[in-house]
Design a protein. Structure first.
Length: 241
């Protein structure tokens, strides 16, 4: 695959760097468009790798040109592609915004999210949950910060997602939003679906779901992108993700 247009749907925090993923323009019968997760040969992708020549960090809903060299599937992470971040910097082509963005999410939902969440035959999907709730917390002593979302998705039995604590959110922008809200709310903030929608002034909330790398013999679900319609604004402190 040569230099490819990628609609970024995940910019996420990892322990040693970041992870990013999105849709190419290639059609896919199940996901609508083909997912890719740009990776490096040996090292973790870093924030600087997803920074363009102007110094701007790539954001979700950006359409960027990436130099995807060759597939490197690592099941269930079948979407991995080796990418050149050195000689071909990410280049912003345009952004998906407004009504076009709203229509895009509504028409590109995954037809078989159970492939990711239950069968682990691939690792990325875009869904619109039937119910959603959010939790943000920060330990006043250790400073440990957590952002989590619980959700219900059709009749899928997802014990962790359906629990009060939900699953971890690694989305950089969403984590920044939680920090901003906690600054005015104390050390913990729990929001049910109606409260969350009211705060966001949201008509719809879509989730990009992913599987983490193998840990303790399992692939754990993560929320790698929280896509609110209409979109929200928040300042991101890239030194404190």
């Amino acid at each position: 695959m040569p230099t490819e247009e990628v609609l970024i749907l995940a910019m996420t925090r990892m322990q040693s760097g970041i992870c990013t993923a999105g849709f190419t323009r290639q059609p896919d019968a199940t996901t609508g468009l083909r997912w890719v997760r740009p990776v490096k040969e040996h090292d973790t992708v870093l924030l600087g790798d997803m920074t363009d020549q102007t110094g701007r960090v790539v954001e979700c809903s950006d359409v960027v040109a990436l130099d995807l060299k060759k597939p490197r599937p690592d099941p269930p992470h079948t979407e991995d592609w080796l990418t050149d971040f050195i000689y071909q910097r990410p280049r912003l082509l345009r952004r998906l915004e407004g009504e076009r963005r709203a229509r895009f999410f509504a028409t590109h939902l995954d037809r078989a999210p159970e492939d990711v969440l239950i069968h682990h035959s691939r690792s990325l999907c875009l869904v619109r949950p039937d119910e959603v709730h959010a939790l943000f917390s920060i330990d006043p002593y250790s400073g440990k910060y957590e952002a989590r979302i619980g959700f219900r998705l059709g009749d899928l039995r997802l014990k962790r997602a359906n629990s009060a604590r939900g699953v971890p959110v690694t989305d950089i922008k969403w984590r920044a939003l939680g920090r901003a809200w906690l600054a005015a709310s104390g050390s913990e903030l729990v929001l049910d679906g109606s409260e969350l929608a009211a705060r966001l002034q949201a008509t719809d909330i879509y989730l990009a779901l992913g599987l983490g790398r193998r840990y303790r013999g399992r692939y754990w679900p993560l929320i790698v992108g929280v896509h609110v319609v209409p979109d929200y604004e928040v300042a991101v402190d890239y030194d404190n993700l």
